[in-house]
Design a protein around this ligand. Structure first.
Ligand code: DNO
Length: 368
């Protein structure tokens, strides 16, 4: 398991590269060119600037999150071919600086959705929260404004320019069914995966967060069955999954341990975090610890370990603790604690299996 940490870039993140480097076992950043609109080709000059910063800090930049997909690709419009051509060029450019994994998503209009970015928990910390009943009556334009209320950083996936044309976008999706979306996703994969394969980059789709339809828009990456269908759409090791425990875990009927076992060799990247799901379907993000939420974090790490997981992993959203002022979900403290929890589980599993292997050899030798 290779530990990496999401970083939004100089001047766009309260966490510094020096701090990231000092978290035990972190070897690289998860990065993106956040100021570029979806669909544009990524220029080498901008990438080189980040590379120089990462190099100076002694961190690699092998994981990108996200190269966003233009809505015209998801909608299957004729203009998609131009954006797909740009996507392929970006893949080739990223390969030149050593990128190995590109995380992306195929969610119409919105990326992740929450109703509250600072829900107060019992211990006085705050965290991202999803209140099911609120979603139904939400004034969307107002909500987008609220999500982006912090002038210091635009929220990834909720960039104002992306959501500036909400009414037109909803109109464009009016007749787009799940089956259309599957077909448009397959079209994209058939074009892009061979190019990724040629450049040794593993594409890793992110599950939909939350894993159900929101605002009447179709969503695909919601369940084990749909992940299976996705991986079969274009059957290649370069067509993979970002296994996000918090996104899939918002629906307790998703058995994530089983998902890891079934798809282990198609998971180049894991987002590990916990959520607590309430009986009414609301959920809140918690610490990474198994006991604090509904997701079986230790079971998931155990499943990754049992499959000799050699891919990348990052702690995902954390709570805002110790009065930290930071990007919602992306502070330093709780994510660093999350890493230490994940390492604790992982290292003990390594120790146990080494002991088991030693024991097995000894027993074998004794027999012979
Ligand atoms: C939320 C993230 C997502 C993720 C994208 C990948 O914090 O997990 O925004 O980066 O869905 O494209």
């Amino acid at each position: 398991m290779k530990m990496v940490f999401r970083w939004f870039g100089e001047g766009n993140d309260t966490v510094t590269l020096k701090q990231i480097k000092q978290i035990p076992g972190v070897e690289g950043i998860v990065w993106a060119l956040h100021d570029l609109p979806a669909g544009e080709e990524w220029p080498m000059a901008k990438i080189q600037k980040i590379k120089a910063e990462a190099d100076r800090a002694g961190l690699h930049m092998q994981v990108v999150e996200s190269v966003n997909i233009h809505e015209d690709i998801k909608l299957g419009l004729p203009s998609r071919d131009t954006y797909i051509a740009n996507y392929k060029k970006t893949i080739a450019t990223l390969a030149q600086v050593g990128v190995k994994v590109i995380c992306y998503n195929f969610m119409p209009v919105f990326d992740w959705v929450r109703t509250d970015l600072h829900k107060e928990l019992e211990d006085g910390s705050t965290a991202l929260f999803y209140e099911k009943s609120k979603i139904a009556n939400l004034d969307l334009a107002e909500h987008v404004g609220r999500i982006n209320a912090n002038p210091d950083f635009s929220m990834p996936g909720w960039e104002p320019e992306r959501l500036a044309h909400l009414t037109e976008l909803f109109d464009a999706y009016k007749d787009v069914t799940e089956e259309h979306l599957w077909a448009n996703l397959k079209y994209f994969l058939d074009e892009v995966i061979p190019v990724a394969a040629e450049h040794g980059i593993r594409m890793a789709i992110h599950p939909d967060d939350p894993p159900w339809s929101v605002f009447g828009l179709p969503r695909l990456m919601t369940s084990q069955a749909n992940i299976r269908r996705f991986l079969a759409l274009h059957d290649s090791p370069y067509n993979g999954l970002t296994m996000c425990s918090g996104s899939l875990g918002a629906n307790p009927s998703n058995d994530i341990v089983s998902i890891v076992h079934e798809f282990a060799d198609r998971i180049p990247f894991a987002h590990l975090r916990n959520v607590r799901v309430y009986e009414n379907g609301d959920f809140v993000e918690t610490s990474h610890r198994t006991q604090d939420g509904t997701v079986d974090m230790s079971g998931i790490v155990q499943a990754l370990h049992a499959n000799n997981y050699g891919g990348f992993c990052r702690p995902d959203h954390g709570r805002h603790i110790w009065d930290e002022r930071c990007r919602p979900g992306y502070g330093l403290y709780d994510r660093a604690l999350g890493i230490m929890y994940l390492w604790g589980l992982w290292d003990m599993l390594c120790r146990q299996s080494a002991t088991l292997q030693e024991g097995a050899v000894t027993a074998y030798e004794r027999i012979n």
